[in-house]
Write a protein that binds this ligand. Structure first.
Ligand SMILES: CC(=O)N[C@@H](CC(=O)O)C(=O)NC[C@H](CC1(C(=O)N[C@@H](Cc2ccc(O)cc2)C(=O)O)CCCC1)C(=O)O
Ligand SMILES: [Zn+2]
Length: 592
């Protein structure tokens, strides 16, 4: 339907007050959602510009490729990798390189498996040159138009529009409070992993009391650290829950992984995937065309057609992702009989939590053994700690990143962060909240947030932070319903129809009731708030172990070490003396 400016104004006036006096709460709730037009509230030409910018940014990200790292050819006199040589003809090989490496699966796997700091630093920087830097200006214009659309919907900026999905005042403060309670556990994990990386790479590369360089954590954004488990596992040689090898040895295909995940859902009495799902999903990277490989789950809003698009690799990490994506479809299926406007998650964090809740059970050593993916599992203390540590590299390591992504974007939308400190503010948060530092100096020429899918794709992110807290609330309640006794981290709700019924009751509500009421249903009225107790209970034994291991280590990080390390490592001769003097001055003032 084409909205003329006249009609839009009339609609806005008409809907701005009449419905608020309706007496039926459900109808009032429907109108409160229907009257938010989102970007459609923009004048046609601006809407066209906005959608054009979004498509261009998504395309840049999905086609970005970089050159292969070539240790031999390009060395500066200082021994550093001469990154700029990438694009200059040089005598060794006549022409510059041809960018051939895409993010998925190549760079993802290289960041996971390489143990060469120089190669990792190259991959880290080259990806940001190719994916982030080119969209900096587009993103700034996109923010302006997003804010204009938000204001036309009655919000102060796009951040307030995004936060309205959570329907509570003070959501921002609530998230801040949750993070403050979780940060001590994160700092313990950070200190332990840093000490192990110092052992591996030396203090030249990893400062013992400083932030961890972001390229060494096994992930392009340092958002989850499961790929450094081999270097950090507490008790090497004991049972490790990374069943990637078992999956491959047993000949698992992506389809078999999907069937395994589906069977967990049906074991709880939940919905099987519909026929069309198996016919129309794309579960492997096709060879005949370029696709966006970032996994996604799709509801075609007709009660029948649901699909997953995923470039599945046969790894443990992808088995967890398969549960995650199928969790979205399960939620879509459970609320398909709701009125259309209520076919959504109670809040976006709930939608992200469903699959992860089942994966918490499916990842336990006991469960992996019961499906034949793990051999003999002992109930020893060491096996417990190994398991909890592996889970923490995924769940605890992620928390600061899940928190800071939208902290940064909310500040950009509100104007607290502008083009003059766009990238610097990102690194202030990455340093201050997450304790990671860039392996090479960053400037306002760069746009590092743009190298993370959800920024060019404009997908909000605090939903994952909320999910990582609430999924443990779900886990605790479903384990209670399943009659589990013993430590929470050993719970496996597999085949518990009681747990399945409770989950069905909560998820079938969709967005027909505020999520606080859905939480009340989940906890039989015990609470209606986000609560960090279950995740802290789950990781309790690991926290005690980390605190004993970390005796003598600095917990936390000195932020200035990041700067000093960068200066020494980035070939000081390239940096004019003036800049060096400034840094020395800043440090002097900071230390006085
Ligand atoms: C039509 C549409 O868009 N549908 C939505 C779903 C819906 O709204 O119904 C959708 O499919 N979104 C895609 C997105 C994909 C993934 C993701 O982006 N994850 C985050 C954060 C994270 C990290 C670790 C983790 O264990 C769990 C999450 C990241 O990778 O940074 C990639 C792999 C996992 C989930 C998703 O499924 O959430
Ligand atoms: Zn998701």
């Amino acid at each position: 339907m084409i909205w003329s400016d006249f009609h839009r104004t009339k609609w806005n006036e008409a809907t701005n007050f009449a419905w608020k006096n309706f007496t039926t709460p459900t109808v009032r709730r429907m109108f409160s959602f229907l009257t938010v037009l989102g970007k459609a509230a923009l004048p046609r030409d601006k809407l066209k510009e906005l959608t054009g910018l979004l498509q261009e940014m998504k395309t840049t990200y999905s086609v970005a490729k970089i050159c292969r790292y070539d240790a031999r050819l390009r060395r500066l006199p200082s021994g550093d990798y001469d990154y700029d040589a990438e694009f200059e003809a040089d005598d060794d090989n006549q022409i510059g390189c041809i960018p051939t490496l895409p993010l998925e699966p190549h760079l993802t796997q290289m960041m996971a498996n390489s143990r060469d700091p120089d190669e990792l630093r190259y991959l880290w920087r080259a990806w940001r040159e190719a994916a982030g830097k080119p969209i900096r200006q587009k993103y700034l214009r996109f923010v302006e138009l997003s804010n204009e659309a938000a204001r036309l919907n009655g919000f102060s900026d796009a951040g307030e529009y995004w936060r309205s999905d959570y329907e509570i005042d003070g959501f921002r403060e609530e998230v801040e409070e949750l993070w403050q309670k979780l940060s001590p556990l994160y700092q313990q994990l950070h200190a332990y992993v840093r000490a192990k990386l110092v052992e591996k790479y030396g203090e030249e590369v990893v400062p013992r009391r400083g932030p961890i360089p972001a390229h060494l954590l096994g992930n392009m954004w340092a958002q989850t650290w499961t790929n450094v488990l081999d270097m950090t596992i507490p008790y090497p040689g004991r049972t490790s829950v990374d069943v990637t090898n078992a999956l491959r040895i047993q000949g698992y295909s992506p389809l078999a992984m999907f069937r395994l995940a589906e069977e967990f859902f049906t074991s709880l009495g939940l919905e099987p995937m519909p026929q069309t799902f198996w016919q129309r999903s794309m579960i492997q990277k096709p060879t005949d065309r370029e696709v966006v490989c970032h996994a996604s789950a799709w509801d075609f809003c007709n009660g029948r057609d649901y699909r997953i698009k995923q470039c599945t690799e046969v790894t443990m990490e992808h088995l967890v992702t398969t549960h995650h994506e199928m969790g979205h479809i399960q939620y879509d299926l459970l609320y398909r009989n709701q009125p259309f406007i209520f076919r959504d998650g109670a809040n976006p964090g709930f939608h992200e939590a469903v699959g992860d809740v089942l994966a918490l059970s499916a990842s336990t050593p006991r469960h992996l053994q019961s499906v034949g993916l793990l051999g003999n599992v002992d109930d020893s203390y060491e096996t417990d700690i190994n398991f909890l540590f592996a889970m923490a590299l995924d769940k605890i390591a992620f928390l600061p990143f899940g928190y800071l992504m939208d902290q940064w974007r909310w500040e950009v939308f509100s104007g607290d962060t502008t083009s003059s400190n766009l990238n610097n503010r990102w690194w202030e948060l990455r340093l201050g909240v997450q304790g990671v530092s860039p392996p090479v100096p960053r400037t306002e020429e760069d746009f590092d947030p743009g190298a993370k899918f959800h920024v060019p794709a404009n997908v909000p992110y605090v939903r994952y932070f909320v999910s990582f807290v609430v999924q443990f609330q779900f886990h605790a309640e479903l384990c209670k319903a399943a009659g589990h006794e013993g430590p929470l981290h050993r719970c496996d709700i597999y085949r518990s129809v009681k747990a399945g019924r409770l989950l069905r009751n909560v998820l079938s509500l969709g967005k027909s009731r505020p999520w606080t009421e859905a939480l009340s249903v989940l906890t039989s009225g015990r609470t209606n708030k986000l609560d960090v107790e279950p995740i802290l209970e789950y990781f309790g034994p690991l926290r005690t172990w980390l605190e004993s291991q970390n005796r003598g280590e600095l917990i936390g990080w000195r932020e200035n070490e990041a700067i000093v390390l960068q200066v020494t490592r980035s070939n000081a001769s390239l940096i004019t003396g003036a800049v060096l003097a400034v840094i020395a001055l800043v440090l002097l003032v900071a230390l006085v």
